[in-house]
Design a protein around this ligand. Structure first.
Ligand SMILES: Nc1ncnc2c1ncn2[C@@H]1O[C@H](COP(=O)(O)OP(=O)(O)OP(=O)(O)O)[C@@H](O)[C@H]1O
Length: 276
């Protein structure tokens, strides 16, 4: 029987989008319903309804300050720590609301990992950076940890460059290598969804290209959501694109449709560089 990444039979999944463009079944991994988000009195997100599909890259685009990062952070409760922040509505991960009482936020962030704009390796060796998450989740066995380090660094396309220097400080790596290390660190705890907040904005074109290639490879096993200011990047890496403006989701659809035949005039104006 066909199953999801977590071994749940597909028929039991929360919802399946029938009639997908490529003829394959598209499964909703995260379903956001009527999401409002406030920083104190300021409402940053207004009634967002959006499905994130499994094994796809979803790009969030829109002008500065439109709420892309805020939205991304609601998907693994990264905003919880901001004083005065609150939300209403639902964020369902495989049908379960991640904001329900009793949800283990550490476990949630293992399932929904995050890569930030600026590479932020810990001040530790390359090996310790990758081992950090698995250790936090109770893995102590040296052989098992070594396997995880090798697998994660290979998946992040960094292994060949660092395999002989795993004890070197992560801070001695280049910016592009540091970002791939951060991706390896995220992969080490075996997430299902990976959130990326402008992961290439601090990188040169060659490193950007590597990360984009990596995203394309990773989507076979993961569900990816990326915030990007770079329209070409959104067009290159994503299968679905969501356009935000002033805290509202204006339009979402197949990336090709959004870029070639947007339905909303505001999407068209933004994509054509008329504002933002
Ligand atoms: N911690 C915070 N406290 C108060 N307001 C905030 C906070 N973080 C963001 N905001 C406000 O919420 C709105 C959305 O910000 P957000 O960072 O989500 O936008 P964005 O689309 O990701 O912007 P950018 O592309 O510039 O990163 C902005 O008006 C911003 O000033």
């Amino acid at each position: 029987m066909e199953t999801t990444e977590r071994g749940v039979p597909l028929s039991l999944e929360e919802s399946v989008v029938a009639g997908a463009s490529n003829g394959k079944k598209e499964v909703v991994r995260i379903s956001v319903r009527h999401l409002d988000f406030f920083y104190g009195k300021f409402q940053a997100l207004h009634d967002i309804n959006l499905d994130i599909l499994r094994n796809q890259v979803t790009a969030l685009i829109g002008p500065s300050g439109c709420g892309k990062s805020t939205f991304l952070r609601t998907l693994n409760r990264m905003n919880d720590i901001i004083p005065g922040a609150r939300l209403s509505g639902q964020v369902l991960l495989d049908g379960e609301d991640i904001y329900d009482k009793g949800v283990d936020v550490i476990a949630l962030r293992r399932r929904v990992g995050m890569v930030f704009q600026k590479p932020n390796p810990f001040r530790m060796s390359i090996r310790e950076n990758v081992e950090y998450g698995p250790r936090l989740h109770g893995i102590r066995d040296k052989k098992r940890l070594a396997e995880i380090v090798e697998r994660s660094l290979k998946q992040a396309a960094l292994w060949d460059e660092v395999k002989d220097n795993l004890n070197k400080s992560a801070e001695e790596l280049s910016g592009g290598q540091q970002q791939r290390l951060c991706i390896a660190r995220t992969l080490a705890v075996d997430p299902e969804v990976i959130l990326m907040d402008e992961p290439c904005s601090a990188l040169d074109p060659a490193s950007t290209y590597r990360i984009e290639q990596l995203m394309d490879e990773m989507r076979a096993n993961y569900t990816i959501v990326i915030v990007t200011h770079n329209m070409q990047q959104a067009a290159r890496v994503s299968q679905r694109t969501a356009f935000f403006l002033k805290g509202e989701l204006i339009e979402v659809g197949n990336t090709e449709d959004i870029f070639s035949r947007p339905r909303d005039k505001r999407t068209e104006d933004y994509i054509q560089g008329r504002f933002g």
